[in-house]
Design a protein around this ligand. Sequence first.
Ligand code: PLP
Length: 425
Amino acid sequence: MTSLARTLLPEHQTEQEALSAFNVEKVRSEFPILAQKVRGKSLVYLDNAATSQKPRVVIDALSRYYEQGNANIHRGVHFLSEHATAAHDAARTIVQKHLNASDRKEIIFVRGTTEAINLVAQTYGRAHVGAGDEVLITAMEHHSNIVPWQLLCEEKRAKLRVVPMNDRGELLLDEYEKLLSGCTKIVAVSHVSNALGTVNPLREMIEIAHSRGVPVVVDGAQAVPHLQVDVQDLDCDFFAFSGHKVYGPTGIGVLYGKAALLEAMPPYQGGGDMISSVTFEKTTYNKLPHRFEAGTPDVAGAIGLGAAIEYVDRLGMENIAAHEHELLSYATERVSELSGVRLVGTAQQKAGVLSFVLDGVHPHDIGTILDQQGIAIRTGHHCAQPIMERFGIAATARASFGLYNTKEEVDALTEGIQKVREVFA
Ligand SMILES: Cc1ncc(COP(=O)(O)O)c(C=O)c1O
């Protein structure tokens, strides 16, 4: 077991105890979609990095809300509006506790990771980045942690700098230190890479950035489903994630920001709920978190996200991490045994993702042949084209794991890849 996975376990719990605390067959029975056949075969869903499936408790929370509790929030004095407002508030508290944020007002509901990062770029970024300044990202970012910063840099005539990585897909920390210059105004980095699975040494990176007075924005889209995230322990300034990747609904996500930074930021979108008072001469803005939540929010989505977070909390992130760690180790071993396979992303610390290429076969063909066997993986550049360029490839095939996957499904994947090889022999 890696030191990372080890640190995810509470001190009193051994890896064996964590694994035996986790009953994957019971977990699977809680996800209705997993019981279905796809193309006449049992569904093997290994596209969790794109989006995860939803447990019954999340589906029920959504339908219960629409069947019994639907109303607009913050605006009504009637029973349903009060009930919906309370449920929305409760969801915020669940997220706050899960991330160990120090205050509910530090949790901003947004559409997802993409919107969260754009929010920071367009508010904090526009206020703090000027001509000649630099924004530092890394070579393994998803497009949604590249393009918002590019847009900002273009507008402000600032420069986007990029921390390189080695052939295993690990960031070069000495280069990172060198690139952090007096001009750096923001560091933006993914916690876990969606294309490589690398878990970045965030605490260390944040400490280094802070020692130079630079705030750090974390793209946590691929971290929250697999790791226990503690924003106070990380000491990150902003942290973004999407509900749909952590077994919640689409259309809802979270931006965590340190209160002092959020308080000082200009508003993002204007509209209802984000104001305190409006006249044609002057508008004053609402307090946090509402200042950054203009308009009717995704009430159902927030409630569904709350149900999803409660679900993973009940299972225990340490148990989930131990289960997934064992699964990823097994998959890495089995898939790399196959001849003609090359893994892309072999960092020491990984979570959730196994990317690979197969000699002489386009990843798209791998995906299509696996699909005929009911196995769902993702093929392509995974919205991370610079990573593909770094490794000199156009695309990879990516199997990504969730808490309900099993070793039998890994076996199905390896048999499926064997079939691909036979077809192309
Ligand atoms: C690392 C990473 N960042 C950002 C995103 C964007 O997330 P969303 O499309 O939910 O906004 C993704 C989605 O795949 C991702 O994997």
